[in-house]
Design a protein around this ligand. Structure first.
Ligand SMILES: [Cu+2]
Length: 188
């Protein structure tokens, strides 16, 4: 009797341990949030998601107490205009990575609870399709820091665009002088 109870407990512990190691297989590298002045309605958060697992993974949402509403978005050129669209999910290929960066995929923070000052930190929970919830703490970067920010810490030359669905599009956008927040103030 007591042995059976013990084996159930051991099983429960094993399941817990395996879900912890799964969470560690998706890494949130070099996250950042764009600083915004008081009264600004929205901001964006960026990160490189690195998938160390054998399975394709999907980011389906993000949560933060720093904004009333947090969504995952993509910025896309429609003709000559940069527009924002909410997306259902962002795929991260097996043994690959996906960048959330200005002009592309991003975590949209709408209804900022407080001004986002450079040097502050914002806590997020990344919500994955397989049910994982991955904590992410992102520093708030000043406009100057944001201008130099690259989510993977690599230059464009070293990025593997062949693994990105919209690689050529986001490359084009990178050179159009986009302004994500300009789009946001127009739309929100
Ligand atoms: Cu957006």
């Amino acid at each position: 009797m007591s042995i059976r109870i013990f084996s159930k407990l051991a099983l429960a512990m094993a399941v817990t341990a395996s879900s912890v190691s799964m969470a560690a297989s998706l890494e949130a590298v070099n996250p950042a949030v764009r600083a915004m002045p008081p009264g600004a309605p929205a901001s964006g958060a960026y990160v490189t998601l690195v998938n160390h697992s054998e399975q394709e993974r999907f980011l389906i949402g993000a949560e933060s107490t720093a904004a009333e509403n947090v969504e995952i978005h993509v910025s896309e050129m429609q003709g000559d205009t940069m527009v924002m669209n909410r997306v259902e999910q962002i795929a991260v290929p097996a043994h690959g990575q996906t960048e959330l960066k200005p002009g592309g995929y991003h975590i949209m923070m709408m209804g900022l609870v407080a001004p986002l000052k450079a040097g502050d930190h914002v806590d997020f929970t990344l919500v994955m399709k397989n049910g994982e919830r991955i904590p992410m703490q992102a520093p708030v970067l000043s406009p100057d820091e944001m201008a130099k920010y690259m989510p993977s810490g690599m230059s464009m030359k070293h990025m593997d665009h062949s693994k990105m669905d919209h690689g050529s599009m986001s490359h084009d956008k990178e050179h159009k002088g986009h302004n994500e927040m300009g789009e946001h103030s127009a739309h929100h």
